[in-house]
Design a protein around this ligand. Structure first.
Ligand code: ZN
Length: 431
């Protein structure tokens, strides 16, 4: 059990040049997130019969011996627990965590989270479960909790959407660059321009001033364009750029090609703000909020709409849907884009009966496994896999792209309800 969950999350920190003091940004892939969410679902289902489920959060900088000492203290405290079974269960849980911690001197880079305890499995029975996770973000503070449920709140916070956007507020006098991650705005750089203020002047000097002014604006825009390239171009997790500022400057800046062409493609929009300093960044995010919120859903909607367009074509166009059809298309390497609903809750099971007959089954619930059709014996599960995991592995093996689609939009719901959550756009038609 343990090893499956322990291997949940691995991803390298993402370095960037311009702001060494800013925290390294990490982003889980949608598949990693999916796995993590599923793990949490599993953990949250557990319920203790008493306050006997132990959750421990260990920050990365906490020496393990300190944690072990703390747990030993809790262990001796728990000898005071009145209920004999709760006492026994709590002590076993703490002991198990101490044993698991023996592998470490220091915690892994993001720290460690352990959930251990006896969960109620009905019929007056309990079962000991132990999950050790390496979280996707650093554990902030040490926490020990013993309750009838595992304490997972901090992990949910880590999972919350943290899309990354580049921010720029600009006018002719000043520009500020920043990064938006989830709800956090980090200013990166503030630049004042050398563009001279306009004065009333007549004749020759007015024209000369105009030229100087234009030249200075050009230099300033060029400089901001370069800074943006440096700050944003190599951030692969960047979902887009939003620009703000008073008046038309921001639009002129975008239209006249001061942005690297790759960044130009990422511009999501420009928004009016009154300021071009740090407070301008906050204004910008507030004004762009609706656009940002819709982006994720829009992407999902577009994917499902593309599928529907194919389905409407004669003979189903380049579409495949439903588990069997899509599985076959994947095996033929005919899938270009695999669409999987995050709402599927199915398992792919390898089963074997006591007489050695083997089969592979997809079920929503293991309890509904049929009997072996050849001999009538019960099946035993040899291997189980989440079906989303299984399909995504099939897609990887055949070089198909995978998109996980939430059930939050009408289109996402359609994918789940009408097609069992599995559909594909094909490279070529399969008979
Ligand atoms: Zn059999």
């Amino acid at each position: 059990m343990g090893s499956h969950w322990e291997s949940l999350i691995t991803h390298p920190p993402f370095g960037h040049a311009i702001m060494p003091e800013a925290q390294a940004v990490t982003k889980m892939s949608s598949m990693e997130k999916y796995r993590f969410r599923r793990a949490l679902e599993e953990i949250e289902k557990a319920q203790g019969r008493g306050t006997e489920l132990v959750s421990v959060y260990v920050p990365p900088d906490r020496p393990v011996f300190e944690v072990t000492n703390y747990l030993r203290g809790e262990y001796s405290q728990s000898s005071n627990i009145k209920s004999a079974s709760t006492k026994k269960h709590v002590m076993q849980a703490i002991e198990s965590i101490i044993n698991r911690l023996k592998e470490y001197r220091m915690p892994p880079p993001n720290g460690l989270v352990a959930f251990v305890g006896h969960k109620d499995v009905g019929a007056d029975q309990t079962k000991m479960v132990a999950y050790v996770l390496q979280p996707p973000e650093p554990v902030q503070s040490f926490l020990y909790r013993c309750d009838s449920r595992f304490f997972t709140e901090p992990l949910h916070e880590m999972l919350a959407e943290k899309d990354v956007y580049g921010l720029v507020v600009i006018d002719q006098g000043e520009a500020t660059l920043g990064i938006l991650e989830g709800k956090r705005i980090t200013p990166l750089k503030n630049v004042q321009s050398l563009v001279p203020r306009k004065h009333r002047m007549g004749g020759q000097s007015a024209r000369r001033f105009e030229r100087l002014h234009e030249q200075a604006v050009h230099e300033f825009f060029k400089k901001i364009g370069d800074l943006m390239t440096e700050a944003f171009l190599n951030r692969r997790e960047l979902r887009g750029l939003i620009l703000g500022g008073p008046g038309y400057t921001k639009d002129t800046f975008v239209k006249e090609g001061y942005l690297h062409h790759e960044l130009n493609k990422k511009v999501l929009g420009t928004f009016d703000t009154g300021y071009t300093d740090e407070s301008g960044l906050r204004e910008l995010v507030a004004n762009a909020r609706d656009v940002l919120r819709d982006l994720d859903l829009m992407r999902e909607k577009a994917l499902v709409q593309r599928l529907m367009e194919e389905i409407r074509k004669e003979g189903g166009g380049l579409s495949a849907y439903g588990e069997d059809q899509v599985r076959r298309a994947l095996e033929l390497r005919a899938v270009d884009l695999l669409l999987l609903s995050e709402g599927i809750r199915k398992l792919r099971l390898q089963v074997r009966c006591s007489n050695g007959h083997e089969a592979v089954k997809t079920v929503a619930d293991e309890a509904t496994l049929p009997k072996c059709p050849e001999c009538g014996a019960e099946y035993q599960v040899v291997e189980r896999r989440d079906i989303v995991e299984e399909f995504s592995a099939l897609a990887d093996a055949s070089n198909a792209k995978v998109e996980l689609v939430s059930a939050d939009s009408d289109e996402g719901e359609l994918l789940l309800k009408a097609f069992g959550g599995i559909a594909a756009i094909l490279r070529y038609r399969v008979a």
